[in-house]
Ligand binder design. Structure first.
Ligand code: NAD
Ligand code: ZN
Length: 252
């Protein structure tokens, strides 16, 4: 992590007018939401296929919701951090066209980013798989304290599910198309807090790099795309991003 890396990254951000930020769980770690992989990651505690696959959810929604009740207490109370705010500032300054995120926590919008593509859906909404009725995840959280699994308020069914993409489910078509279109057209791809091992999401930054857009990677650990990046900064998103936003604004 050298100053020249910061200067080079800031220069690329300052020059960009249709940059795209691609974010993962690491951007929200400093808001208190645990990542899946890496130190303190949830996968060291739970088996992902048991917890977040559509098959096991349909077979046993109570098990899913008892873990979601614990996680929801943390994630529904989480606030955007300095990294989310720096990305919103880069959009306001005209450098970023959009944020493409694998996160489901809604924190980019809460920080003020106006164009957010949620590749893995939203954990803020819940939909009934029987009748399609939707309600807010926060409302379900209140019921979880007394009702497992929670039932649909409209039809009484027992398969209400957050609008997040579970293992075994398809990615949302419109969001996926929008993400790849942005990746093909961008003049900078800024990756923040993603292990870049979840596919097809990780193909979004790879596509931008193939098209010749400079790739800037800010992550706590190395990623499989580091070799292709113009600049790699290993560090905490909440510390690195505000510096980059500030350097970029004084570089113009
Ligand atoms: P990941 O958990 O696989 O990887 C997170 C990466 O962030 C790791 O490489 C880690 O080194 C890095 N990291 C951790 N703390 C950091 C920090 N403070 N600053 C910078 N980097 C940091 O996450 P992923 O790549 O996003 O993909 C996994 C899946 O996890 C996605 O599908 C996503 O939907 C889901 N997820 C979402 C949330 C959320 O909504 N906040 C939380 C956990 C997992
Ligand atoms: Zn229903």
């Amino acid at each position: 992590m050298t100053d020249s890396n910061f200067d080079r990254a800031a220069e690329l951000i300052a020059k960009a007018s249709r940059g795209v930020a691609f974010t993962g769980a690491g951007v929200s770690a400093e808001s208190g939401i645990p990542t899946f992989r890496g130190e303190g990651g949830l996968w060291r505690k739970y088996d992902p296929i048991k917890v977040a696959s559509i098959e096991s959810f349909l077979a046993d929604p109570s098990s899913y919701w008892s873990i979601a009740r614990e996680r929801g207490r943390e994630s529904l109370a989480a606030e955007p951090n300095a990294a989310h705010r720096a990305l919103a500032a880069m959009e306001s300054a005209g450098h970023l066209a959009a944020v493409v995120t694998q996160n489901t926590d809604g924190l980019h919008a809460a920080a003020g980013s106006s164009r957010v593509i949620e590749l893995h859906g939203s954990g803020r909404r819940v939909r009934c798989l029987d009748c399609g009725a939707e309600e807010s995840r926060a409302d379900v959280q209140e019921r979880l304290e007394v009702e497992l699994p929670p039932h649909c308020r409209t039809c009484g069914g027992s398969h209400i599910k957050p609008t997040v993409v579970f293992f075994g489910e398809a990615m949302p078509v419109a969001a996926t198309e929008a993400a790849f279109e942005l990746a093909r057209a961008c003049d900078l791809m800024l990756v923040v807090g993603s292990s870049l091992v979840v596919y097809p999401a990780a193909d979004v930054p790879a596509t931008a790099a193939e098209r010749g857009a400079p790739l800037v990677i800010v992550n706590a650990e190395p990623t499989p795309l580091d070799d292709q990046a113009a600049v790699v900064i290993h560090g905490r998103a909440g510390e690195v991003l505000p510096k980059l936003a500030e350097l970029a604004s004084s570089a113009v």
